[in-house]
Design a binder for this molecule. Structure first.
Ligand code: GLN
Length: 191
């Protein structure tokens, strides 16, 4: 399975490494034409406003919506979660508007700007290593969205069919089980 990582800004190489550790082939995606050779894509962490602007500039908004509607899975981590959300709190415009969630940016407050913890993530494990960096959280989920992980009463991972989202960075650890789970979603979507 060829999995793309949107390579406009943010943590790209780390995701490629994890995809390969999980048994897939990772591809850096810089142009929409590359999507046709892929079976799934990861939108990485970074800064969501910057990623959103670059996506508009390079024609990724329409092409990624089409990529998803053709049956391909999409995984957003941290800023990537913000990019795939239908609604962003205190912001009039969202980006890809794919996943039926409302997210709050930088939601953990200054004193907890970044931290690491082990999380219970449904369908995966009860000790998934997670790195949070100025992380968003999921404030509301729609009917078709399954909550996969909660930290301190707040939703930090969720799935809606072919869409997967985490508030944290699974790629900044040695634990590739979330990438393995995404790879399984991609296999299922294409068999
Ligand atoms: N705070 C960033 C944003 O709002 C996300 C941070 C991250 O991806 N680590 O876009």
């Amino acid at each position: 399975m060829k999995i793309g990582v949107l390579a406009l800004q943010g943590a790209v190489a780390e995701h490629i490494r994890m995809i390969e550790q999980a048994g897939g082939e990772g591809v850096q995606v810089k142009r929409p034409e590359q999507l046709k050779e892929l079976q799934g894509i990861i939108v990485p962490g970074g800064e969501s406003t910057t990623i959103g602007k670059l996506m508009r500039t390079y024609g990724f908004i329409e092409s990624l919506k089409e990529f998803y509607s053709q049956g391909n899975p999409v995984f957003g981590t941290c800023a990537g979660l913000i990019v795939i959300a239908k609604e962003i709190a205190a912001q009039p415009e969202a980006h890809l508007e794919l996943m039926d969630i409302k997210v709050a940016r930088n939601a953990f407050g200054r004193q907890r700007e970044s931290f690491e913890t082990d999380l219970e993530v449904k369908h995966i494990a009860d000790d998934v290593r997670a790195v949070f960096i100025r992380a968003p959280l999921i404030e509301e989920v729609g009917k078709g969205v399954e909550v996969l992980s909660v930290y301190n009463g707040q939703i930090v991972a969720a799935q809606q069919g072919r869409l997967l989202a985490t508030s944290f960075h699974p790629e900044l650890t040695d634990d590739c089980r979330i990438h393995g789970y995404f790879l399984d979603m991609v296999k299922k979507a294409h068999n």
